[in-house]
Design a protein around this ligand. Structure first.
Ligand code: FE2
Length: 474
């Protein structure tokens, strides 16, 4: 008999959904503009079975991908678990076999040495396949139409290490997928490999470097000419720490934070390290360079934002939390070993996104979530005017990461819509809200109502209809 632990991470709007759905035509309040043709893909952690250990990190659940297909003014829904090696082993056993988040020492001996991939963090189409990504593993490829799992994906044998970031970027000018893997010579190794994947889906360049310390290298920025990494001290506890029962990471408040910059298609020994006092950063909105000046726009906070990766021996507290969109700038032509930091918006927020067609280049518009304290809001940051427009969502409907949909192939930056999922706390049903992207304060122009509860997701992406076609691999 299945019984999930009585914990907030498995209750209410966060309850597991564990269902795979096909609904051809969802109920819509308002009108879906006829011109929208494409798919909104998203993925999150939706435990197939109750965990072996309670009080684990929330994102230790199986990847569940959902696809909202927009076509001819209608929206269809399909959701599927990613059939990872881990999902298949646990499905066959009828119970959880893998233990705590990134802690192989807590696994059932039956799965010793097996791939622990959950494929639950981000999902995007590149070279004809839908890649389900998680930073401690290689990608898992799925069919973009059927969501059938194709299998573990190593870019036709060219992935240079054992891992691939969930926050790979697609260069809109060249079609290259730019990625990296950390822990690239094994768990807790300081090695990182940055790589470029051609539009045909093969790694054509790789460069290796070492971090000053092992840490959670979650996201990065890509410009036309450089890649830039925020390196902050969410440090690993090592195998001894895991065996002692600590989570995989622990915040170190006494360590510096870094911005590392490397030329695109460069060598590892060309990396430059720029430093600042201790601070936290996680998700990147965008990056671009003006000559040798590299700008990395990210959500920066004075304190660690992960309650479950707190400093060892010190309980986590939100005191001093000031997470705001911030521009880190480093000049590759200077002799300075520090980076500049400038706040771009006073809106307290995370999950930053922009119009993906303007990744790697100067841009004006960004969107993010404000979900700290009692806030539950969507923000639109206009970097030209310096203004942030806000839509306050009902406090009972927690909102999820926004995603931009261009109005058409030639639309100017920001001309389009924002799609965003939310869960109605009263009914636990999921809905999707559609906004005019630069007029979010007016509220949604359409709401897509689901007759089911879907576990809230982490990250996702929009794919134009021309990319939503069968892979031919299933
Ligand atoms: Fe992320």
């Amino acid at each position: 008999m299945v019984k999930f632990p009585d914990l907030p991470m498995f209750a209410g709007v966060n309850a597991p959904s564990r269902i795979e759905v096909d609904i051809a035509d969802l109920e819509v309040e308002g009108d879906i503009p006829d011109g929208i043709d494409g798919a909104f893909y998203r993925v999150g952690a939706d435990h197939q079975f109750p965990p072996r250990f309670v009080n684990d990190v929330p994102f230790n659940g199986d990847g569940m991908v959902t696809m909202f297909r927009f076509q001819d003014g209608r929206v269809g829904l399909k959701s599927r678990y990613v059939r990872t090696d881990r999902w298949k082993a646990e499905n066959a056993a009828g119970r959880a076999l893998f233990g705590r988040y990134r802690n192989k020492w807590t696994d059932d001996p039956l799965v010793e040495g097996m791939n622990r991939n959950l494929a639950n963090t981000n999902v995007l189409i590149h070279a004809g396949v839908l890649l389900a990504l998680r930073e401690d593993s290689p990608p898992v490829a799925m069919d973009p139409v059927s969501l059938q799992t194709i299998g573990n994906w190593d870019f036709h044998g060219t992935l240079p290490g054992p891992t691939c970031s969930a926050h790979c970027k697609i260069d809109p000018e060249t079609g290259y997928l730019v990625g990296f893997g950390f822990a690239a010579k094994g768990d807790f190794s300081r090695d990182v490999v940055y790589f470029e994947v051609s539009p045909e889906g093969r790694v054509v360049h790789a460069a290796w470097f070492e971090l000053p310390f092992y840490e959670m290298q979650h996201d990065f920025g890509v410009t036309r000419d450089y890649v830039a990494f925020p390196v902050v001290p969410i440090k690993g506890v090592g195998d001894e720490g895991l065996k002692a029962g600590h989570p995989h990471y622990a915040w170190d408040p006494n360590e510096e934070s870094f911005m590392a910059v490397l030329p695109r298609f460069g060598r590892g020994d060309q990396i430059r390290w720029f430093r600042n006092p201790n601070q936290f950063a996680s998700h990147v909105m965008n990056a671009f360079n003006e000559g040798s000046k590299v700008h990395l726009d990210l959500c920066r906070s004075s304190i660690n934002l992960f309650p479950f990766f707190h400093e060892i021996g010190q309980p986590w507290s939100p005191k001093g939390m000031d997470v705001r969109l911030t521009r880190w700038t480093a000049d590759m032509a200077s002799n300075s070993d520090s980076f500049e930091s400038r706040t771009l918006s006073e809106f307290l927020g995370e999950f930053p996104r922009n119009d993906d067609r303007f990744q790697t280049r100067p841009y004006r518009h960004g969107w993010m979530l404000g979900f700290f304290g009692t806030r539950n809001a969507l923000g639109h940051v206009d970097l030209k005017t310096g203004q942030t427009e806000v839509w306050e969502a009902p406090p009972t409907k927690p909102v999820q990461e926004p995603c931009f949909i261009p109005r058409g192939p030639g639309a100017t930056e920001g001309d389009g819509w924002i799609i965003q999922a939310a869960t109605d706390g009263a009914t636990n049903l999921t809905e999707l809200n559609l906004f005019e992207a630069t007029q979010i304060a007016k509220g949604p122009i359409a709401a897509i109502r689901l007759p089911v509860h879907l576990k809230p997701a982490y990250h996702g992406s929009w794919a134009d209809g021309s990319l939503v076609k069968p892979s031919g691999l299933v």
